[in-house]
Design a protein around this ligand. Structure first.
Ligand code: ZN
Length: 299
């Protein structure tokens, strides 16, 4: 139900385009955050379809028949890579997709997932690079290059928009640093249910404590709960957070039993819907950092 709507909308958008618009490049982005980056770079000069929409967990995504049709008709496919979309290669083959593949994380220094971390992609490179604004600036350059190569008539347009957006991201990165710097160093730690903040942690110096083996799609076990309560008490952490595409039960239970406080919901692997607090990448980062800083003040 939740999955169907954006896909149908995408399919309809492709089918119902007016005649002149058919010269626009058809671009598919795998999930909402990449969709926003493509929109910032390409504006309305491309026909954009996003496979995994707002508030949906891309790790656990099950492609639908409409995805096959959307991909078969596309000139460009923008994916994150690093194993984030475990379903994309088979989908592209099934379509078949014959256009240009743009892997947004290409050339970005990746971190490795820790042992026991299993929320859908197991061991190997950690795909959540977008939690570091600096790495997203590289994403933007890579996506702009891919769009320009696929659609040379608009190359200058894409490059100029990417340059302006890159400037905004540079300012955003500085704002994140300044905001975190205002929190005393010994209080810069929080607890989350899903371990997707390694890049944020490395870039901005916040310690994220997530329990081992917690998946985005399963109920917490008694052992998960006991381990987290121990952690919260040992570390004297009051700042607990849940994420938009994650079952909040575990973190809410921990808060009840440890005296912690659950802060505002964080947006990690998916944007919010339009009108929500994280409808764009920039809004997502500002929302998350504001929530994190407010939570850490209680530590
Ligand atoms: Zn994730």
């Amino acid at each position: 139900m939740m999955l169907r709507r954006p896909l149908l909308a995408a399919a309809i958008a492709f089918a119902a385009r007016p005649i002149q618009a058919q010269t626009r490049s058809r671009v598919v982005a795998t999930f909402s955050i990449l969709g926003d980056l493509v929109r910032e770079i390409a504006g309305d000069r491309v026909d954009l379809a996003v496979l995994v929409g707002p508030d949906i967990d891309a790790h656990a995504y099950q492609p639908r028949p409409t995805d096959v049709r959307v991909l078969a008709a596309a000139q460009v496919l923008v994916s994150n890579g690093l194993g984030f979309e475990g379903w994309i290669d088979r989908l592209a083959e099934a379509a078949p997709f014959k256009g240009r593949r743009v892997v947004a994380s290409a050339g970005v220094a990746s971190l490795t997932t820790g042992g026991g971390q299993r929320h859908g992609h197991g061991h190997g490179p950690d795909p959540h690079c977008w939690q570091d604004v600096g790495r997203v600036r590289k994403y933007v350059a890579t996506i702009a290059d891919g769009l320009a190569a696929s659609d040379p008539g608009n190359a200058a347009f894409y490059r100029e928009r990417a340059r302006l957006y890159g400037g905004r991201l540079e300012a955003l990165d500085k704002w994140v640093r300044d905001s975190i710097a205002a929190v005393p160093a010994d209080r810069r730690k929080v607890i989350t249910g899903h371990d997707s903040f390694r890049y944020f942690s490395a870039a901005y110096g916040v310690q994220f404590l997530a329990p081992r083996g917690v998946k985005t799609d399963s109920e917490p076990t008694a052992r998960d709960v006991a381990a987290l309560i121990r952690l919260v008490r040992e570390q004297k952490v009051k700042a607990l957070f849940v994420e938009n595409m994650t079952n909040p039960a575990l973190v809410e239970q921990i808060a009840r039993e440890s005296g912690g406080v659950v802060g505002e919901r964080l947006y990690t692997d998916a944007l919010s819907a339009q009108g929500g607090p994280a409808a764009t990448y920039e809004a997502m980062m500002r929302h998350n950092v504001t929530a994190l800083v407010g939570g850490m003040a209680k530590n």
